[in-house]
Ligand binder design. Structure first.
Ligand code: HEM
Ligand code: NAG
Ligand code: NAG
Ligand code: NAG
Ligand code: NAG
Length: 592
């Protein structure tokens, strides 16, 4: 899970690309239990289409011909269910009548237990054959969903009921309408926010920020409470769209068991998904979760459900009594329950935990420590030490010309700051490699630019070590190369930092980070220009005095002394501003 649950990406029901029909190819497995096309619209009342069968009695193994007909329609979805439990799973399997317009789907554990369209071509009649299984209920009812157009559809149109011979008459009256059908997820309303008082005592909790109160507007909360063979899971967090958690064997994407609470028009759907790789998750049609309940209030999504420790019948559900990294993600969802990629890096626990073992109360981080260190050291090096070092070399030669331990002071300061820059860069450089154990493949241009900056940063002091003596004719060449290499490195470093700040593994708040960085560059450039103009004026002044020839020596020194004080004041102000920018960035990194 690289930048972790990167795959809580767009769960697209396919309709974004082809807005005319929900599932133009009819692969509607997500709709297995609700039979809803998820078009983001409400179903129509009073159906116009009818389902008919060629027999009303059946025995296990019998074939029944099922037809759906009515006004022209584009999509359909047919299932047979136990007439006494219409909210239950599909029963029996189908064989196709006409393969061109229909296809078989597998709902739940029963192969070929539903039929749907293959394309949105217009049709008025479809046929299929239902095969009664051996463990068939006594009464079976056919249900169909018909999509006339994208926005016009009917859900769970009740069809005929067929019965086994000698079956007692059906007890429940079956005059169902789509509205009166029990939904596939009987959900309950939570009345209060979750309670963290037993975290670490009877339940395992993850909270972000640490120790926050799950009722608070900024608190992400996840808890696991085991009782016998089942675990009650509560999750809440501030989100308009969805909140989710995933169990993972590692800190990267792929092979993860995810649980999502998705806000759809102020109703929450609780779903599971198996994240197989870096592809968008496909929500499971059936998930083995029980006791679903939820609440949307005060900008907070809350959901809770129960699941067994082991769910071997459901593919992709992990056993809860093992060690996992746990991810907490949130993001936007749009109409129809589409999930968009989380815009923040998900929270990852700092280690692997067994949630059924001794209860703990842990936190997590949205960014790995090594990457935080990487960014912090790079900020110190390329915002502060390098900038001050360059200003000193450019403007303070005449100000600090005196020797200290055999070298001029400006030179000592410059060399010290620049070597610090190289040292910090070298240390910071290896950290992401240690963290990733290799090359960061999904980090865009940042690593490439970063390597260039590193190379230039090494080259610069090596070259300076072999510089020609002053007054040598080659000294001018050195000066030029030294200046241009340094300037290139600094410009590239700024670009690298801009790109680094938006990497998912260390995403500083947007757009704050960009503006602050622009602010820093503006601050630096203005000071640079100010000092440049000042130097220019000072030279002009000296020239003018020179021509005047009278009080030459006296004025020169007083003008220079004035200039030096000015430069020192500007440098002090610059350093204060620079450190203020640096500290805001370090604080922002610390908070991730
Ligand atoms: C000029 C300064 C910088 C240099 C030279 C630099 C260099 C690099 C290099 C070479 C890598 C790739 C390492 C690898 O492939 O494993 C890297 C990764 C990274 N850098 Fe920087 N970096 C700089 C500044 C920053 C800043 C300021 C930030 C954040 C605010 C940052 C955030 C990151 C992150 C998050 C990664 C890891 C990406 C991932 O694997 O997900 N870097 N950096
Ligand atoms: C109903 O259709 C099935 C499958 O084609 C067939 O086996 C059965 O004999 C038909 N029943 C009647 C009464 O036609
Ligand atoms: C949380 O639960 C504990 C014990 O179950 C109870 O004493 C406390 O009042 C509850 N707190 C809230 C805010 O509901
Ligand atoms: C757990 O099991 C024990 C005995 O096996 C039983 O008494 C208790 O009610 C069960 N608890 C729950 C919450 O089901
Ligand atoms: C997790 O904890 C449970 C309960 O203590 C224990 O039975 C199980 O073996 C543990 N699993 C691992 C992988 O340590």
């Amino acid at each position: 899970m690289e930048p972790a649950v990167l795959a809580f990406v767009l769960w697209i029901f396919g309709f974004l690309s082809v807005p005319a029909a929900g599932y133009p190819n009819g692969k509607v497995r997500e709709a297995c239990s609700s039979m809803m096309p998820s078009h983001g619209h409400s179903p129509q009342p009073s159906p116009e289409h009818t389902i008919s069968v060629n027999e009303t009695k059946f025995r296990p193994g019998n074939h029944i011909k099922v037809s759906l007909s009515g006004p022209v329609f584009e999509g359909f979805f047919i299932q047979a269910r136990n007439a006494e439990n219409l909210a239950g799973p599909a029963v029996g399997s189908f064989m196709l009548g006409e393969e061109r317009i229909s296809q078989l789907l597998t709902c739940g554990l029963v192969k070929n237990s539903a039929v749907s369209h293959t394309s949105k071509s217009k049709k008025t009649n479809v046929e299929a054959y239902w095969v009664a299984p051996t463990d068939v209920p006594e009464h079976v009812q056919f249900l169909a969903t018909v999509v006339e157009k994208y926005k016009i559809f009917w859900v769970k149109i009740p069809g005929p009921i067929i019965s086994q011979p000698n079956a007692p008459p059906l007890t429940t009256p079956t005059s169902i309408t789509p509205e009166s059908l029990p939904t596939s997820q009987p959900v309950f309303h939570l009345t209060t926010s979750f309670n963290a008082s037993s975290c670490g005592i009877t339940k395992f909790c993850i909270r972000n920020p640490p120790k926050c109160n799950p009722g608070a507007a900024y608190c992400f909360f996840l808890s696991f409470k085991q009782s016998n063979y089942s675990v009650l899971i509560e999750m809440s967090g501030p989100s308009e769209g969805y909140i989710a958690f995933a169990l993972s064997h590692d800190q990267w994407m792929g092979d993860d068991d995810a649980y999502l609470c998705i806000n759809e028009d102020h109703r929450i759907n609780i779903n599971t998904a198996y994240l197989s790789g870096r592809t968008p998750p496909v929500l499971d049609s059936e998930n083995g979760l029980e006791d679903l309940s939820w609440r949307v209030a005060d900008g907070l999504l809350q959901c809770s459900f129960r699941r067994n420790l082991h769910l071997p019948a459901y593919k992709g559900r992990f056993n809860l009594d093992a060690n996992y990294y746990i991810f907490l993600a949130d993001g936007e969802a749009s109409e129809g329950g589409l999930i968009h990629k989380h815009h923040r890096q998900p929270l990852i626990t700092n280690g692997m935990y067994n949630v059924t073992d001794s209860p703990k109360d842990v936190g997590g981080s949205r960014s790995p420590l090594l990457l935080k260190l990487h960014a912090s050291l790079m900020f110190v090096a390329w915002m502060t030490t390098v900038s001050i070092g360059v200003i000193v070399a450019r403007f303070f030669k005449p100000v600090w010309p005196h020797s200290l331990f055999g070298k001029e002071i400006w030179f000592q300061v410059h060399r010290m700051l620049m070597l610090t820059t190289v040292l910090l860069t070298s240390i910071a450089f290896v950290l992401p490699f240690i963290y990733r154990g290799g090359w960061s493949e999904w980090a865009g241009f940042h690593p490439y630019l970063g390597c260039t900056v590193m190379a230039l940063a090494i080259f610069q002091p090596l070259m300076a070590g072999f510089r020609p003596p002053p007054h040598s004719p080659r000294r001018q060449v050195f000066n030029w190369i030294h200046w241009s290499t340094g300037t290139t490195a600094r410009i590239l470093a700024v670009v690298t930092m801009f790109l680094g700040m938006d990497l998912p593994a260390l995403n500083l708040p947007d757009p704050w980070d960009t503006y602050t960085m622009i602010g820093f560059v503006a601050w630096h450039v203005s000071i640079d220009i100010l000092l440049e103009i000042h130097s220019y004026c000072l030279i002009r002044k000296v020239e003018v005095i020179d021509e005047d020839r009278i009080q030459i020596l006296q004025s020169l020194t007083s003008a220079e002394a004035e200039g030096h004080t000015f430069k020192e004041i500007v440098l002090t102000i610059y350093i204060c501003g620079n450190i203020a920018f640096l500290l805001t960035f370090l604080a922002a990194i610390h908070q991730l």
